[in-house]
Design a binder for this molecule. Structure first.
Ligand code: SF4
Length: 59
């Protein structure tokens, strides 16, 4: 069984208002989904998601 999951990744950030079931991926800077948006957003991921950029959290 692999431990690869967003919840153990160095780039996973749980927002205070969210449950620990999801959080923000901080691997890249915030992005704008459309040119009309004036506020960038980090992608929201589930704690059991993962991707090829996974890096084990040192904590
Ligand atoms: S999407 Fe990838 S880089 Fe982002 S928190 Fe999950 S495993 Fe880490």
């Amino acid at each position: 069984m692999s431990d690869t999951a967003c919840k153990t990744c160095a780039f996973f950030e749980i927002k205070a208002a969210e449950t620990d079931a999801k959080g923000e991926c901080r691997f890249n800077p915030p992005t704008f989904l459309t040119e009309a948006e004036h506020k960038g957003m980090w992608p929201v991921v589930k704690s059991d998601d993962w991707c090829g950029q996974f890096e084990q959290n040192a904590a």
